[in-house]
Design a protein around this ligand. Structure first.
Ligand code: IMP
Ligand code: MG
Length: 178
């Protein structure tokens, strides 16, 4: 299917959103040790910029870990099934854990991930996402820090892909199918 990209959130706005999120995390957790859990693959971009900014703000005690979750959806569709493809390296029992997501859409993959991590008895589990498509939510799932609420469009860039592509873009674009 042929498609084109329409610029939606430019690079400077992306950075401003991430800096705002970092400020809120710093304000809420500055004296504490936290484990940031980036959800692969898409969260690599925000996680990188987020930890850089947290460091600049003076955050001291950070552990960075990743979890891989495979969503069986194809193309631009989400799926209700998801499985862990790469587990955490660290034990999160009694830790303050922040899940870092690129986008929350239907909410299914985040909901599955939250249940899996809660079963490991962290002291606290909270979730940050760069983008949220509120109108698409099919399951109620707590999301504590949201960078930007966006309409129901398929977006790419800043970690987000279409068929494995466009993750490298420093901005968010809307994919338009002709
Ligand atoms: P969920 O529907 O909330 O379970 O989202 C599942 C996953 O689908 C997200 O973590 C993304 O990896 C992917 N996804 C959802 N919406 C978009 C989008 O607009 N662009 C790219 N990936 C998306
Ligand atoms: Mg994802």
């Amino acid at each position: 299917m042929s498609h084109r990209i329409e610029k939606f959130i430019d690079e400077s706005e992306v950075q401003a959103i991430v800096n705002q999120l970092a400020k809120r995390i710093y304000q809420d957790f500055r004296e504490q040790s936290i484990v940031l859990v980036g959800v692969l693959d898409g969260a690599f971009a925000i996680l990188h910029d987020l930890v850089k900014e947290l460091h600049n703000l003076g955050m001291k005690d950070l552990v960075i870990d990743f979890v891989g979750i495979d969503n069986y959806g194809s193309g631009t569709e989400s799926s209700k099934k998801a499985k862990i493809t790469k587990d955490l390296k660290h034990d999160i029992r009694d830790k303050i854990v922040i899940i870092v997501e690129d986008i929350v859409d239907t909410g299914y993959s985040l909901s599955i991930l939250q249940s899996l991590l809660l079963a490991r008895l962290p002291k606290m589990l909270t979730t940050l996402t760069f983008l949220s498509k509120d109108a698409r939510r099919e399951i109620e799932v707590p999301v504590d820090y949201i960078g930007k609420h966006i309409p129901n469009e398929f977006v790419i860039g800043y970690g987000l892909d279409y068929d494995g592509k466009y993750r490298e873009l420093p901005y968010i674009g809307i994919l338009q199918f002709d």
